[in-house]
Design a binder for this molecule. Structure first.
Ligand SMILES: CC(C)(COP(=O)(O)OP(=O)(O)OC[C@H]1O[C@@H](n2cnc3c(N)ncnc32)[C@H](O)[C@@H]1OP(=O)(O)O)[C@@H](O)C(=O)NCCC(=O)NCCS
Length: 163
């Protein structure tokens, strides 16, 4: 799927910046952590996010610089969960997040995944997943086990979409 030319071309977002979606390499890790930190998502290895393997991520790149990251975890043949999604605050609202979400959904659909779960703690982000990607709340709320994401939210809202 990643060799698909669609992901290789640099496409224009809002007429402002050329953004490429690609797989990260080890050399991107420090920058990825920097971006995750802007959302308080950088506590990798803790109980909320024990691992964030680069093999299961996409990054968005503009002018040779990583500006966003999105991960996933395959749970079984037809089920997956998103892990983390964050965009550099200086590049938000330019559809970079949508490009990353679309890339991971397309990849997972290509792998035969039918059901994708996502946990989110921000009302505007939850609304975005519902409006733009067709997610529905499952009704499940998951208590955070340590500080992660928004400091003022103690639980995750569980969402689900059929790919
Ligand atoms: C969620 C996130 C990745 C979106 O990235 P982005 O590049 O700005 O995404 P897009 O430009 O494609 O879409 C922006 C959408 O975010 C929504 N949004 C999310 N948080 C918002 C905020 N704080 N203020 C305004 N809009 C916000 C907007 O409604 C907008 O939707 P719209 O274009 O349909 O109106 C980015 O806001 C982010 O990094 N947030 C912090 C981390 C986070 O919550 N990640 C999701 C974990 S499940």
């Amino acid at each position: 799927m990643i060799s698909d030319p669609w992901y290789q071309w640099a496409f224009r977002v809002m007429g402002k910046q050329a953004v490429q979606i690609r797989r990260p390499g080890k050399e991107d890790w420090e920058r990825i952590l920097e971006i995750l930190e802007t959302a308080n998502f950088h506590h990798i290895g803790g109980r909320e996010m024990p691992a964030f393997p680069l093999s299961d991520c996409f990054v968005a790149v503009a002018d040779g610089r990583v500006i966003g990251v999105a991960g996933y975890r395959i749970l079984d043949d037809t089920t997956a969960k998103t892990t983390l999604l964050a965009v550099d605050p200086e590049h938000r609202r330019d559809a970079v997040g949508a490009a990353l979400q679309t890339a991971r959904q397309d990849f997972l659909r290509g792998r035969g995944i039918k059901t994708l779960y996502t946990n989110a703690d921000d009302e505007r982000v939850i609304d975005w997943y519902i409006r733009r990607f067709g997610y529905r709340p499952t009704g499940k709320r998951i208590a955070k086990v340590e500080p992660f994401g928004r400091a003022d939210k103690s639980e995750w809202i569980n969402l689900k979409v059929t790919l």
